[in-house]
Unconditional design. Structure first.
Length: 156
């Protein structure tokens, strides 16, 4: 049996700042074993009972990984079509035929722009306050589609 688990969550970083929350929205639903959420969080949720509230901190290494220096690039300013470039600006990088991925400007000098292609949550320990709101068997249709239907899932 493949299980569907739906949960509400508030995600905070290592400074206690809220990064994301499902409060006031639909819960997040996933199919167990399908790799749809962070593995450590999935394992934790699978051990909780219906309506149980709990909290877990997932180290960065088991979430979005460490920040990698090779994902930080120094690019000459003349490579940028626009003149006004500020810290925090985002650019889509990617060659012909390759999907673009966002890079964030982290520093600007007279000659170079520093672009960081790390995931914004790379290097951040993530704390999840969770409440399990549904546990049930996946339907045959969900199994065939490979995703959850209904609240917190896909609406066709
Ligand atoms: Zn579907």
């Amino acid at each position: 049996m493949t299980e569907v688990i739906a949960f509400h969550y508030t995600l905070t970083d290592d400074k206690g700042q809220t990064i994301d929350s499902s409060a006031g929205l639909e819960p997040l639903a996933f199919m167990a074993g399908a790799g749809q959420i962070i593995p450590g969080l999935e394992k934790f949720l699978a051990g909780l009972k219906l309506n149980e509230k709990n909290k877990i901190t997932i180290p960065a290494a088991e979430a979005y990984g460490p920040r990698q220096m090779e994902n930080i690039h120094q690019v000459p300013r003349e490579k940028f079509p626009k003149k006004d470039i500020a810290v925090g600006d985002q650019f889509e990088a990617g060659g012909a035929g390759a999907p673009g991925f966002p890079m964030t400007v982290t520093a600007v000098s007279e000659t170079h722009v520093t672009l960081d292609a790390n995931h914004p949550l790379a290097g951040v320990d993530l704390t999840f306050d969770v409440e399990v709101v549904e546990r049930r068997a996946a339907t045959e249709e969900e199994m065939a589609h490979g995703h959850v239907h209904g609240a917190g899932g896909h609406h066709h």
